[in-house]
Structure formats: structure tokens, C-alpha cells
Design a protein around this ligand. Structure first.
Ligand code: PBG
Length: 336
């Protein structure tokens, strides 16, 4: 990823268009490729049976019950996708100030993990460590005196991570942005004999407007209300700070680090991938997906081509794997 030295030579001896003239030649010199093995599929899940509820702000995306999830996961695995990430819509009755449901070993996410590991064992399963699906105020942590309390939240996150690992989760993914949570979760997993459970740290997660459709999909927007997550998610203005977050998470035991959102933060992906010897993942978030789909539906862009272009840009920036809601359709296109 180093900046290449400037190459000698000048026009007309050098004509950079020459290798661009034919498709075979373009492919021969392509510096980056997109493969289904680079894709991680985030899926919204809900209680019930045989349910597939379309998410209005995300054309082509549905929230599914666990039985449907298993069938879709089989398709994903057959297309060469390596991992799936679960995001639950938690029933309003089950939400509480202290997120108790997050620690219930038979909650929706744990049931989904068990079903997947039984029926599609070759597919990696990733689950978020964060309390926002479970709190009645919509924050990712425990609120005390009007603030999200860091250390109390971390204590609960450790328990949540162990509950997920016990259900069979392969990768726990703390997306809460509390300080010190990676080290604490690593220690909790190791102490519970889950030393092989991997940690994907959402190290550089920004307080972004591009999460809107996600909050509709899991129905968390109305609980968060007018509040925002700026006291824990990162400020868009900052890049160096992301490098500090990443360095700390690696030191605390992260196996992989995440940059999120993706397309407006490719400079962060690039800096992370160039600066650290750790796999960097990036998240093409709900708002990015929605924008491409919406413009496509208007006939303003070719959504299929734009999706491919966006995902290949992530790879060029240095992302090893990419979370995308389009994983299934993209993997099918790549297979053709
Ligand atoms: C919650 C979480 C969010 C997303 C993933 N995990 C939303 C948020 O932080 O409010 C957003 C993903 C997306 O927009 O696709 N911890």
C-alpha cells in the first residue's frame, strides 16, 4: 500500500490507454478484485415464523424470522459468502433500562446463532455486542444521570459477549464505542473458556446520519428519539483519533478492526490498512445502500454497476472484508 515511486517515461512512448483498450487486458492488469469471500452479509431478524417483512427504506432488504434466516444463510454459503452478521428487532415488551434481555441465553439472537450453527455450520456467524436493541432509551449502553456510563456498560457488554459465545457465535463485534471494552471482553471470553471466540472491534465507528434506514429496520429510531450518540461514536471531523482507537483495540486483543460507515470514510480505511498489520473491515451502511438503490429506482444511476463500483472502492482502499446488505445479489452477480 506504499505510494509508488514516480515512474520514468513520457508520451508518446508511454500510452497508458494501451492496456485499457480491451476487456481481457483490463482484467489482466486489475490491481484489485471483489470476490464473494470478501463479503459479509448483515441480516435483520425478528421473532415469529415464516416472516419476511420488507424494510421500506432499504429496497430488496427484509427482516426475517429464524427459519427464513436459515434458508437464506444456506443460499449465502452456496454463493461463497463466508460470514453473516445478525441484527435483531427486539420486541418492545422486552426492552428495559438495563437491557436485561441482552443477557437472556435464549433471546432471539442466541436462538438464531444456534439454528445457524446447527444447519449451516460452514458459515461464520457474527453478532453485535451493544445494548441498543435492548434498551428502552435506544442508547448502546447504560444511562446514569443522563449520560451513557462507560464502565458500567462495559461490565454488561462482557456478559453479553459471553452469552453470545456460549450460543455458538464465532465472532463477537462490539459496536458500542465504549472505552476499554475490547480488553475487558477478551478477558471475559478467556475466563469463560471461550478463548477461540474472535473479536471484530468496531474501532472507528462514527456518529453518522447514514444509519437512518438501519434504525427503521430494527425499529430503534423511536426509542432514541431526538437523542444522539455523539458522546460515544466518533466525530466525523477526526481521522487521527480513529488511528488511536484502532491502535488501542489491537493492543487490547481485537482480531479485526472495523471502519464504519464506509464510502465517506475510505480515507480512514486506507490509513488503517496502511498503518496496521491487522485485517481491516469496512461497513457499507444502510444509508449508503439506500442511496444507491433509490437513485437506481429513479433511473438516475445504474444501481448494479454503482454497487459494484462502491464495493470495489472499499477493496482498493484496503478493506479485507466488507459488510454489505447487497452481499447476496452481488455474490450472485460475481458468480455469473
Ligand atoms: C448499533 C448499530 C448501528 C448500526 C450497526 N449497529 C446503528 C447505530 O449505531 O445507531 C448501523 C448499521 C447501518 O446503518 O447499516 N450498535
Amino acid at each position: 500500500m506504499a505510494v509508488p515511486p514516480s515512474l520514468p517515461g513520457s508520451f508518446p512512448a508511454i500510452r497508458l490507454r494501451r492496456p485499457r483498450m480491451q476487456a481481457w487486458s483490463r482484467e489482466l492488469v486489475a490491481e484489485h478484485v471483489l470476490s464473494p469471500a470478501n463479503l459479509i452479509w448483515p441480516v435483520f431478524i425478528q421473532d415469529g415464523e415464516k416472516l419476511e417483512t420488507p424494510v421500506a427504506a432499504m429496497p430488496g432488504v427484509s427482516r426475517v424470522s429464524v427459519d427464513v434466516l436459515v434458508e437464506k444463510a444456506k443460499q449465502a454459503a452456496a454463493l461463497g459468502i463466508k460470514a453473516i452478521a445478525l441484527f435483531p428487532k427486539v420486541d418492545e415488551k422486552l426492552k428495559s433500562p438495563l437491557a436485561d434481555e441482552a443477557l437472556f441465553p435464549d433471546n432471539l439472537v442466541c436462538r438464531a446463532i444456534r439454528a445457524l450453527k446447527e444447519q449451516v455450520p460452514e458459515l461464520g456467524v457474527i453478532a453485535d455486542v451493544a445494548l441498543d436493541p435492548y434498551t428502552d432509551h435506544g442508547h448502546d449502553g447504560i444511562v446514569e444521570h443522563g449520560h451513557v456510563a462507560n464502565d458500567k456498560t462495559v461490565a454488561v457488554l462482557c456478559k453479553q459477549a459471553v452469552v453470545l459465545a456460549k450460543a455458538g457465535c464465532d465472532i463477537v463485534a462490539p459496536s458500542d464505542m465504549m472505552d476499554g471494552r475490547i480488553g475487558a471482553i477478551r478477558a471475559a471470553l478467556d475466563g469463560a473458556e471461550h478463548g477461540n471466540t474472535q473479536i471484530l472491534a468496531y474501532s472507528a465507528k462514527y456518529a453518522s446520519s447514514f444509519y437512518g434506514p438501519f434504525r427503521e429496520a430494527v425499529d430503534s429510531a423511536k426509542f432514541l428519539g431526538a437523542a444522539d450518540k455523539r458522546s460515544y461514536q466518533m466525530d466525523t471531523a477526526n481521522g487521527d483519533e480513529a488511528m488511536r482507537e484502532i491502535a488501542m483495540d489491537i493492543a487490547e486483543g481485537a482480531d479485526f478492526v472495523m471502519v464504519k460507515p464506509g464510502i465517506s470514510y475510505l480515507d480512514i480505511v486506507y490509513r488503517a490498512a496502511s498503518g496496521f498489520q491487522v485485517p481491516v473491515f469496512a461497513y457499507q451502511v444502510s444509508g449508503e445502500y439506500a442511496m444507491i438503490k433509490a437513485a437506481g429506482m429513479q433511473g438516475w444511476i445504474n444501481a448494479e454497476a454503482a454497487m459494484m463500483e462502491s464495493l470495489l472502492s472499499f477493496r482498493r482502499a484496503g478493506a479485507r472484508a466488507i459488510f454489505t446488505y447487497a452481499a447476496l445479489e452481488v455474490a450472485a452477480l460475481l458468480k455469473r
